[in-house]
Write a protein that binds this ligand. Structure first.
Ligand SMILES: [Ca+2]
Ligand SMILES: [Ca+2]
Length: 225
């Protein structure tokens, strides 16, 4: 009885210290990713086949800030029709590979050498489309000159200046010139895919079932020797 009186505080303290240390480590290494798991045009009347660009902002997320060292955008593979990994390019439109990338961080902040005219999602999409030569659905980050913030956009086809655009998020801070200056900070590590079925698991399962069926057939077949 006397031993159990002193033991609980010590144990509780150790658990508390351990938990705090664990949380501190987790906090330093992984912030919660910003997950997009709904179809990008959910709730929109956008028609992918009408040849008219719809810019849909109905599901836009407003993010207070974005820490390049630990924050990330994570897209659901099924909702966006994505491969397990996303190709990445951070570039001006002029320097962009004609094949593009699944994620383009557009470094242009003006398209007509006139800072007084707006640079918005449509302008950014046009800059990218003009640089590409092959159809490719994907994402881009651009700096909106009117709102003064960086935004994340999904395009049904980065190669088309009439493809529908879904504005997914805006980063509220930094803003203005600081937002533009922050564009080169994005790396491939800030973008990920979740929910990709593991082909290895499915293949293994299929192989196992095939083997079992084959054995049963062998066992059932009359011997011919
Ligand atoms: Ca359309
Ligand atoms: Ca302009």
């Amino acid at each position: 009885m006397s031993t159990s009186v002193s033991a609980p505080p010590s144990l509780a303290r150790r658990i508390a210290v351990g938990a705090l240390t664990g949380f501190a480590l987790l906090g330093a290494a992984h912030a919660a990713p910003v997950v997009f798991d709904a179809p990008p045009f959910q709730g929109s009347a956008a028609d992918p086949n009408d040849g008219i660009r719809t810019i849909f902002g109905g599901n836009e997320r407003f993010l207070p800030s974005f820490d390049f060292s630990q924050d990330s955008f994570v897209f659901d593979a099924a909702a966006f029709g994505l491969p397990p990994t996303l190709s990445f390019a951070s570039s001006t439109a002029a320097a962009l590979s004609p094949l593009g990338a699944k994620v383009v961080v557009l470094q242009d902040i003006d398209n007509d050498a006139n800072p007084a005219t707006p640079f918005n999602a449509g302008t950014a999409a046009n800059q990218i489309a003009a640089a590409l030569t092959e159809d490719l659905a994907g994402f881009f980050i651009y700096s909106n000159s009117v709102l003064g913030v960086n935004r994340l956009v999904f395009s049904t086809n980065l190669n088309s200046n009439t493809a529908d655009l879904a504005i997914l998020a805006r980063i509220l801070s930094p803003s203005g010139a600081d937002a533009q200056a922050a564009l080169p900070g994005f790396t491939a590590d800030n973008f990920g895919v979740q929910g990709v079925p593991e082909p290895g698991t499915a293949a293994l399962l299929a192989a196992g079932m095939f083997a079992m069926a084959w054995r049963r057939r062998q066992a059932a077949a009359p011997r011919r020797d």
